[in-house]
Design a protein around this ligand. Structure first.
Ligand SMILES: [Zn+2]
Length: 108
């Protein structure tokens, strides 16, 4: 049994700002490399991440570019998302399967 208790969106800054000219602000601003993702939480343990993307964004207007996920994760040496959100759904499904198998064995 899983109950969805929340969902949200997070933006993590994953590196030092790069000065770039922002066409929308029409000035040079410190563009931040960011990881933006949406997540759903089912309880305190299980979660799910979706719509994950890396981007270089203007801190003033959020205008920016999408960065290549594989390149970014190689540079960062991993995915900076909490373990329970990143793999929570898989853990939850594995637990549910284990319980289902146990129940099936019990009945047989
Ligand atoms: Zn801007």
């Amino acid at each position: 049994m899983m109950f969805m208790i929340g969902q949200g969106e997070r933006v993590l800054v994953v590196g030092p700002p790069e000065p770039r000219h922002c066409p929308r602000c029409d000035e040079v601003t410190g563009f931040e490399p960011q990881l933006r993702y949406k997540f759903a939480e089912f309880d305190l343990l299980f979660g799910m991440v979706y719509a994950k993307r890396y981007q270089l964004a203007c801190p003033q207007c959020q205008h920016g570019w999408v960065l290549d996920t594989r390149t970014m994760e190689r540079t960062l040496g991993g995915v900076p998302i909490p373990f329970r959100l990143q793999f929570g759904l898989a853990i939850g499904l594995a637990l549910a399967a284990a319980i289902a198998v146990a129940a099936w064995r019990f009945n047989a």
